[in-house]
Ligand binder design. Structure first.
Ligand SMILES: [Zn+2]
Length: 548
């Protein structure tokens, strides 16, 4: 019962001639078109809502197919190498633990239709499953795959491929194509009329569109940690299979920080542009440096003076879409044309990071973006027009780009959709993310925060983050710093020398060794060696039962 060494995707049409794939793609597109599918489906809808969404499944299956086929067509060489290298090693990639602790195995590569199942009480998974048909919907009682895990001969035998699940969640391939059919027409009408609509009318339309958000059970609100919980469950099972007391790993953040936080400002209009300097003053009051995402075309003139000020004061510049018209991902041809311009602006502005307008995204097209990191994928997108979410609070790699997901509610949604003029939801979200040692990322717009009431709340948030930095060792960094660290950590190695563990690689002087051990049936992540009395960072996280 050995793991397939070539990776689960290697068996899927990797060597098909391009023409056959193109034909298949066209066929499925036509099939989906004529099925009358509605893109109002979003993951996690209650069954009553699901019934209103005839055809959503076709869309989701098409999205999964598209994901495979796109990669096969556009990067066949890299595709094979990339997945052979990374797919079977998801545990090692996530924890940066020694390879010998990755004891996961699955009989054959699971094939068949993908669907939803659970892994423990706190992780919803999406993928194909051995000898079972997973659920078509994330709602209701899902089958718990943890019950079928067997530890035998020093291996953890799973009924699914964790790498496949990880890919589906992080790349959101479980969501149907969202802007198809009727919504595509509505969206075109909306964006055509948008310049003529007053702000109150726009807000009303947005609220109307998002009104069903409470019906969504997946991803879980207000933060979904399915990926993080899955990885912790799997590490606990591997620890049990290894027969050892603990698993050493490279701690998530530099200088033994417990978690990380980033502040980002999307500059929407001239008003926001004019407020950037004042906003830097506000951020500086709390010793917090942020990134400013600027729109290169149409909204305002991006003058070198502002860029120099942002850089000179230790803040960062990222590119925010091209012109923010909502059509970046309308079709592949237009996207490629725009990507050329966006890349050129990135170089001109000295920007390493990108964020699309309105958190629109199509992750399978990111190969055309020449940026080091992206910040367009929400953790849970219930309050965003494009639903879904990557279900993780950790950065992750999308081909060459590092994705730093948006893990907290945006200021606009908090104030205009939820009508919440407090920081209580932000505090709730930071607490959940910190339990997973994740990255808290915030979007606060200069355009909205310039008003006295909103500014007061923003100052409260900054004070809260400052407290977390002092009392809980949270690392408050810029997105660029997170990107550099996460890349360094991904290249570091834990090596055993003379009976103890050492971290090798660039930046290792800032890295710390974490230890994962089991306590009362749960995985505990700590910076303390298990033989020492405990102090400092600790988290009780995964609880898993196996038929060991
Ligand atoms: Zn924007």
């Amino acid at each position: 019962m050995e793991k397939n060494p070539s990776g689960w995707l290697s068996s899927i049409s990797v060597n098909y001639p391009c023409t056959i794939l193109a034909f298949r793609s066209l066929f499925f597109s036509c099939l989906d078109h004529f099925s009358g599918a509605s893109s109002r489906y979003a993951p996690g809808m209650k069954p009553s809502a699901i019934r209103r969404c005839q055809g959503h499944r076709n869309f989701r299956e098409a999205r999964v197919r598209e994901f495979f086929e796109y990669n096969t067509l556009h990067s066949p060489r890299h595709f094979n190498i990339r997945f052979r290298h990374t797919m079977p090693n998801s545990l090692v990639q996530y924890f940066r633990c020694p390879q010998r602790f990755d004891l996961l195995a699955w009989r054959d590569e699971p094939t068949g239709e993908s669907g939803y199942f659970r892994f423990g009480n706190d992780s919803t998974c999406f993928g194909s499953y051995h000898a079972q048909r997973p659920s078509a919907f994330p709602a209701g009682a899902l089958h718990d795959a943890l019950d079928e895990v067997v530890i035998e001969d020093g291996k953890v035998h799973l009924p699914f491929s964790p790498s496949q699940v990880l890919e589906h969640l992080q790349r959101e391939s479980y969501v149907g194509e969202w802007r198809e059919g009727p919504l595509s027409i509505l969206s075109q009408i909306y964006y055509f009329l948008r310049p003529a609509l007053t702000v109150p009318v726009r807000r009303h339309l947005q609220r109307l569109y998002l009104s069903n958000w409470k019906e969504l059970s997946f991803p879980s609100w207000p933060v979904d940690c399915s990926v993080n919980n899955l990885m912790e469950h799997l590490l606990l099972l591997s620890l049990r299979a290894s027969g050892e007391k603990c698993v050493p790993f490279i701690w998530f953040w530099p200088n033994a920080s417990s978690s990380c936080a980033i502040m980002t400002h999307d500059v929407e209009n001239q008003e926001g542009y004019d407020y950037c300097s004042t906003l830097m003053d506000v951020d500086d009051t709390f010793g917090i440096k942020a990134s400013f995402q600027v729109i290169p075309e149409e909204r305002y003139m991006v003058l070198p003076r502002l860029l120099e000020e942002i850089r000179g004061r230790g803040f960062e510049i990222c590119v925010h879409d091209l012109n923010h018209d909502g059509h970046l991902y309308k079709n592949r041809e237009q996207f490629l044309q725009r990507a050329v311009k966006i890349n050129a602006y990135g170089k001109q502005f000295g920007a390493e990071g990108f964020r699309a307008a309105v958190l629109y995204r199509k992750q399978i097209w990111y190969d055309a973006l020449e940026f080091s990191f992206d910040m367009s994928v929400p953790n849970v997108a219930h309050l965003d027009p494009q639903r879904g979410g990557c279900c993780t609070v950790m950065p992750y790699f999308l081909n060459g780009i590092l994705e730093i997901p948006v893990t907290t509610v945006q200021d606009y949604s908090l104030w205009n959709i939820l009508h919440d003029y407090s920081i209580s939801l932000w505090k709730r979200q930071t607490k959940i993310i910190m339990e997973k040692h994740g990255c808290m990322s915030f979007i606060v717009h200069p355009d909205y925060v310039k008003h006295p009431r909103q500014l007061l709340i923003y100052r409260e948030l900054l004070a809260h983050l400052d407290r977390l930095r002092r009392d809980s060792d949270v690392w408050i960094a810029t997105p660029g710093e997170v990107n550099r660290w996460w890349r360094q950590r991904a290249a570091m190695h834990l090596v055993e020398k003379g009976g103890s563990w050492l971290i090798e690689g660039e930046g290792s002087e800032r890295a710390s060794i974490g230890y994962a051990k089991e306590a009362e049936g749960r995985l505990v992540l700590s910076l303390d060696h298990p033989s020492l009395p405990q102090s400092g960072i600790t988290s009780g996280t995964a609880h898993a039962t196996t038929r060991a």
